[in-house]
Design a protein around this ligand. Structure first.
Ligand code: SF4
Length: 392
């Protein structure tokens, strides 16, 4: 059953200095034309998958980008089209503060969106300028209030390791966001992606390179400050007020099937689901020995895809790796499937490795959960689990 739907909107009003996402920076008539063409195609794809019965079980939908709110009133139409095929409990639209005005907030809520995810990043003007964001701190805080007033769940993305960021400025950003009382906060360390303006600048000015120790401190400080403000960590980068965790992202981390539509959208389907929809996804069958298919749409039209086929063993190793991102870790059922697919000896060795290095622990319900050390040294922990994908 496909339980999650992702739709990608590849447009922004300006390109941020650190961004290597698939988004074209457009404004005015050029944006109008490109967005109208793109949306016509995307709506037709939604209808085609809806008519094929693929959307009936969708419980969460997420419109991401890019900056979906640059679509203006068309975004509410997209939300309505999704709702014409399914009745998701959670429907998120990503938004940037400068394009999330009162009319947009009201229109999204009225169309059936339940949640808005705002790209805030920092509340420090100099840091916003350094990374090429075009909104102000005041606009970001107003957007949080606007989303809440419209009855939407509000999430804020923050970034640490930004040029010029200090311990004090990070604490001010955390404090400012906590005071605005969004329902959810995500915290990401900045990474310099090759070919971006910020990476090019950092080649000449090494001080712009994010400092790993500072970022680790920022992540710990976020956990402390957001925890003190009533937010619970439930994933390595995600904090929510009770009852406000993002169900869509949890679907990604718990091996549920998700359909991605639009340029650059990623999807993951069980082999049988993929085969049932192959005519709409490039026509290639999943093939013998495939348990799961991952794909990325590489064109606007939905005719070309990068496809990756996973065996049962690879799929279960991936589930373990993603499961350990979450505070609740992985339960006996998944560990049992892992033992069946990857061998009892191998799974026990990986679990013992995680326990002996202090990266994981058993909780009272028999779940393997990441420790504080496992949270900080996530790549070590995830690597232990992903290594189970390799054949003996
Ligand atoms: S708003 Fe987001 S997607 Fe658009 S350029 Fe900035 S970081 Fe990239």
């Amino acid at each position: 059953m496909i339980s999650a739907l992702y739709l990608h909107i590849p447009f922004c009003h300006a390109k941020c200095a650190y961004c290597d996402f698939d988004s074209r920076a457009l404004c005015g008539a050029a944006l109008e034309d490109a967005a109208a063409r793109y949306l016509d195609g995307l709506l037709a794809r939604i209808d085609a998958f809806g008519a094929a019965g693929a959307l009936a079980g969708v419980r969460t939908a997420y419109v991401g980008g890019g900056t979906p709110t640059v679509l203006g009133p068309r975004l509410a139409g997209l939300v309505r089209r999704v709702r014409s095929w399914c009745d998701p409990l959670e429907l998120t639209c990503e938004a940037n503060p400068e394009s999330f005005d009162d009319a947009m907030a009201a229109a999204l809520a009225e169309a059936g969106a339940t949640r808005v995810s705002l790209g805030v990043q920092t509340l420090e003007p100099a840091e916003l300028a350094a990374i090429g964001r075009i909104h102000s701190a005041e606009q970001a805080l107003a957007a949080v209030a606007r989303g809440r007033a419209a009855g939407l769940d509000v999430s804020c993305d923050l970034m640490c390791g930004l040029p010029g960021q200090t311990r004090g400025s990070w604490q001010r950003t955390l404090g400012g966001i906590a005071a605005a009382v969004p329902d959810h906060v995500s915290v990401y360390p900045l990474t310099l992606e090759e070919g971006t303006p910020l990476a090019r600048r950092a080649a000449d000015v090494p001080a712009l390179e994010p400092d790993a120790d500072f970022q680790a401190w920022c992540m710990e400080e976020a956990r402390r400050a957001l925890g003190a403000a009533g937010y619970r960590p439930y994933e390595v980068a995600s904090y929510a007020r009770p009852g406000h965790a993002c169900a869509h992202n949890i679907a990604y981390w718990t091996g549920e099937s998700y359909l991605g539509l639009g340029r650059s959208a990623a999807g993951m389907l069980a082999a049988g689901e993929w085969d049932g929809l192959a005519a709409l996804l490039g026509g290639e069958p999943s093939g013998a020995g495939t348990a799961r298919v991952r794909y990325v749409q590489v064109d606007d039209a939905g005719t070309r895809f990068d496809v990756e086929r996973l065996t049962v063993r690879e799929a279960v190793a991936e589930d373990l790796m993603l499961g350990m991102r979450m505070t609740r870790g992985v339960g006996p059922e998944l560990l049992g499937r892992a033992r069946a697919a990857a061998g009892e000896k191998n799974v026990d060795a990986a679990v013992d490795g995680a326990l002996s290095r202090g990266l994981a622990a058993w909780d009272a319900d028999g779940r393997l959960v990441p420790t504080e050390r496992g949270w900080l040294l996530g790549n070590e922990l995830y690597g232990l689990m992903w290594d189970l994908a390799a054949d003996d």
